[in-house]
Design a protein around this ligand. Structure first.
Ligand code: PMP
Length: 356
């Protein structure tokens, strides 16, 4: 069999490996910041009946304005601002960067942070500037402001709270970044249900601010729906790059149904926040484990032998994320998602016997 000639492909595309999602079947799955709770059976049946009515033979509406109005109301979107829907917030990160990717454009983020900021920047031919956090993962305000003055980034991404460290940065430092940035600042509130802290009301006062959110962490990772909130002038431009039917009919139907069930999702988030406190406290009791404060639904911790601990946890049926080689500041670090009370107990038990 002759082999395809891949030489037409971009060298940088050929050089990288695909985003790796490890198989998780059979594991206690604590690697991807999912909400561990499913829907109650009666609600799942009701949703099934609703989905049975969806016209699968039709394309989705190009602009689902009724759904968007309902979503805007549910989140308290400031009057005059608009939403753009994406196939996960991943797609919106890409669209924003793509729209700004002039020759020589750069994208900046405190670093380490969410890997897609760097990947999307690179895919779109932008220079990526990761400004190192301090050793305690706080924002290095002066270094960030210096980099902004020097590189004049088209887009600055701030994850609020940050992934994979879990912390919220100093609000005054972020305000200084908003004051200094010459282009767009995207505040990524993927973990809003657990941080309960938002910049959305700043949209009116800050025309170059965009707030990015997702339904993924709230309990709907499988449907892939993210949204970007900002001034209509920005949204109109990004919308030109959006594939016309990027949000499918099933996603829209589930999201619309679930907007009526927000109290249930909020209740689940409250349980996860309480579990986060319980899990942090349990981890802090372990010798030779350093636990970092988290405002998200995951906890970062440091151990002496991250590869060994990760492997032994896996042998015991627990899948977390080994982030120890992502960045020098994360040396020794592992990240676990906050699961159900039973999953968290199983994780702590397994960790106790996996530390050495
Ligand atoms: N932003 C941050 C900070 C994240 O951690 C994630 C997911 N890990 C995302 C965005 C992407 O979320 P999604 O594409 O599922 O909406």
């Amino acid at each position: 069999m002759s082999r395809p000639d891949l030489s037409v492909l971009r060298d940088d595309v050929r050089a990288i490996s695909a985003y790796h999602v490890p198989p998780a079947a059979g594991f206690v799955k604590l690697d991807a910041m999912e909400n561990p709770f499913g829907l109650p059976a009666t609600l799942a049946h009701e949703l099934g009946a609703r989905l049975a009515q969806v016209a699968l033979n039709r394309y989705p509406p190009s602009d689902p304005h009724v759904f968007k109005a309902k979503l805007a109301h549910a989140i308290g979107l400031p009057a005059g601002m608009q939403l753009l829907l994406g196939n996960g917030s991943d797609e919106l990160i890409h669209l924003v960067i793509q729209a700004c990717a002039k020759p020589d454009a750069s994208v900046l983020s405190p670093w380490p942070s969410f890997v897609m900021y760097e990947l999307s920047a690179r895919f779109d031919g932008c220079r990526f500037i990761g400004v190192p956090l301090r050793a305690d993962f706080s924002l290095d305000r002066d270094a960030t402001l210096d980099a902004i003055a020097r590189d004049r980034p088209a887009v600055v991404f701030i994850a609020w709270p940050n992934n994979p460290t879990g912390n919220l940065f100093d609000r005054a430092a972020v305000t200084a970044i908003l004051d200094a940035a010459p282009g767009l600042v995207v505040i990524d509130e993927a973990y809003l249900p657990f941080a309960q802290d938002t910049w959305i009301e700043q949209l009116l006062a800050r025309p170059n601010l965009l707030v990015l959110r997702t339904l993924s962490k709230l309990g709907l990772a499988g449907i892939r729906l993210g949204y970007l909130a900002g001034d209509p002038a920005w949204i109109e431009q990004f919308d030109k790059l959006r594939p016309p039917y990027n949000v499918n009919v099933l996603t829209l139907a589930v999201a619309e149904f679930m907007l009526d069930q927000l109290p249930l999702l909020d209740e689940q988030a409250a349980i996860i926040r309480a579990e986060r406190a319980r899990l942090s406290a349990a981890l802090r009791l372990l010798a030779n484990v350093t636990v970092f404060d988290s405002a998200a639904n995951f906890i970062l911790f440091r151990v002496a032998d991250p590869d060994g601990v990760f492997a032994r946890l896996k042998e015991r049926g627990i899948l977390i994320k080994n982030v120890s080689r992502m960045h020098p500041l994360l040396a020794g670090c592992l990240r676990t998602t906050v699961g159900t009370p039973a999953e968290n107990d199983a994780f702590v038990d397994a960790l106790k016997t996996s530390l050495s």
